[in-house]
Design a protein. Structure first.
Length: 468
RNA sequence: GGUCCCAUCGUCUAGCGGUCAGGACAUCGGCCUCUCACGCCGGUAACCCGGGUUCGAUUCCCGGUGGGAUCACCA
């Protein structure tokens, strides 16, 4: 039992993307590993950009990934009274002040600073004016102007920032709403968050937040800034790098466990191990093994890992994920022995659930749909005799098993002096309509006697019809 | 531009002063084989550069270079 409390605070301005999912994962995994708590908080203070659709999309993605939370979801827009009391605290303690400088004035100030090669900072015009609250005043934090602020980062080590780099940033907008750096700190304090794991794009924000913790006389959480995920061109991951949303991967036939495995392994390692089950991840995940350098999102490796997870998943479990893809394709499949044996014939040759669903179509067709080229090449008068003989051999068989099937084929092979290779293809086409499929014996077993005989007979009929 | 972070095969990474620099994906050969896969065997492929420290640096320190992030009344 530990008192570790982590959190994931997405802002609902779009779907959950893989980068966000990764930091969620790190926090969730760490909480689970340490037997602590994981808090979900929706950072929706930007009312203009936040949408309910995004909130729903985030929940949906987290649920699919299997990331559950112990507290929340908390919505920042419902906590304005909390922020208000903390703003007042800062005002009362002299750590914040009203500022009436116009935005235009500050913009030109920044521009001039940039032009002169300096830092674009607020110059503190209103700092000592002791202004009272007025209509359009903002509230600024009185940041220490000298000295240093050190971020003791679990991943990066000690990072030193000069306080002179910071300016008196705004904690409360002129419309009265609080800003990000402030609400994050208030939330993390009031929610008891003691471990903050987030993208290192936040590292530059951290000294500001630390100053706030200090002004509020609160103890600091442990910080861990994980390197970002980059696209193939080494820039920040975005839409143009391909599919970015978590649910897009679900729809492309990826298993949640595979995505999780890939995302965690990108930037974290456990010796040479590549494949991790969900439980193994929880068991083995620690912050110490997170790397410091940014990683590139590699679709190919994710795909390979997905194939591995498909191979490793028990058919009963896999069928849950596969069923939607089947029904999308008009197959009335349901959980049970049949689908399980179907899966067993396909799991070594499917990289995604889409592959698998496509590959499984023939099992569910009432009438085999022959590929034109395949039928033309293999369902020929020459193979008529072989198919007939096979029907004769299979009909009396009590049960279809490796042995009985092999013997049946062997007898057909021997009477015709043909190799398995020669008779397998026509049979394959007769049963599946295609030239590519799982092993011939596997298919026959999975299909079952009734379907096999009927499909073979249909093929025979087709050949006969063609002859006429 | 300022500040901050980072730097081992194409990619993800192991390495924690002495290794033939290991694994995985990708790639290229081969084997297996009823098709396609799976699987198996093998190959190509990396310590950014320059200074130190040290008997010895991929590893520690400094500098350079390169890449990334960030500089809002966004989060």
């Amino acid at each position: 039992m530990s008192n570790i409390v982590t959190r994931f605070p997405p802002s609902p301005t779009g779907y959950l993307h893989v980068g966000g999912a990764r930091t969620a994962l790190f926090n969730w995994l760490y909480a689970r590993h340490m037997n602590g708590r994981f808090v979900l908080r929706i950072e929706d203070t930007d009312i203009k950009r936040s949408t309910q659709a995004s909130v729903d999309a985030i929940f949906e993605a987290l649920e699919w990934l299997g990331i559950d939370w112990d507290e929340g979801p908390f919505f920042q827009t419902k906590r304005f009274d909390v922020y208000q009391t903390y703003v007042q605290k800062l005002l009362d303690s002299g750590n914040a002040y009203y500022c009436t400088c116009s935005q235009e004035k500050i913009d030109t100030m920044r521009k001039e600073a940039m032009a002169g090669g300096g830092k674009p900072k607020y110059d503190g015009t209103c700092r000592y004016k002791g202004l009272a609250k007025t209509a359009n005043a903002v509230i600024r934090f009185k940041a220490p102007a000298t000295g240093t602020t050190i971020v003791k980062d679990i991943i990066k080590g000690n990072v030193v920032f000069q306080n002179s780099e910071q300016d008196d940033f705004i904690i409360c907008r002129s419309d009265g709403t609080p800003t990000y750096n402030f609400v994050v700190v208030v939330d993390d304090i009031t929610m008891g968050i003691n471990t903050v794991i987030r993208g290192d794009d936040h590292l530059n924000n951290t000294p500001r937040q630390i100053m706030l913790y200090n002004a509020l006389e609160s103890s600091l959480p442990a910080f861990g800034h994980v390197p970002m995920v980059l696209g193939k061109d080494r820039t920040r991951l975005s839409k143009r790098h391909g599919a970015m949303s978590v649910t897009a991967y679900r729809d492309m036939g990826y298993l949640p466990d595979a995505l999780i495995n890939y995302l965690v392994r990108l930037g974290w390692s456990y010796g040479d191990q590549e494949f991790f089950s969900r439980d193994e991840l929880i068991e083995k995940f620690t912050l110490e093994n997170i790397g410091k350098s940014p990683g590139i999102f590699d679709q190919e490796k994710l795909l390979a890992l997905n194939a591995d997870h498909i191979k490793a998943a028990p058919p009963e479990k896999l069928s849950t994920h596969l069923l939607p893809f089947l029904s999308e394709r008009g197959c009335l499949a349901e959980k049970g022995d049949f689908i399980n044996s179907v899966i067993k014939t396909l799991n070594t040759r499917s990289k995604t659930l889409i592959d698998m669903a496509e590959g499984a179509l023939f099992y569910f067709q009432e009438e085999v749909l022959y590929e034109e080229k395949a039928a033309k090449k293999f369902l020929t008068p020459a193979s008529l005799e072989v198919l007939n003989q096979l029907i004769d051999q299979l009909k009396p068989l009590e049960s279809f098993n490796e042995n009985s099937l092999e013997n049946a084929f062997k007898r057909v092979m021997e009477t015709n002096g043909l190799k398995l290779g020669i008779i397998a293809q026509p049979v394959r086409v007769a049963l599946t309509g295609k030239t590519v499929s799982p092993g011939i014996f596997e298919i026959i077993k999975a299909l079952g006697k009734k379907r096999v005989i009927s499909r073979l007979q249909n093929a025979v009929q087709l050949i006969k019809n063609r002859k006429d």
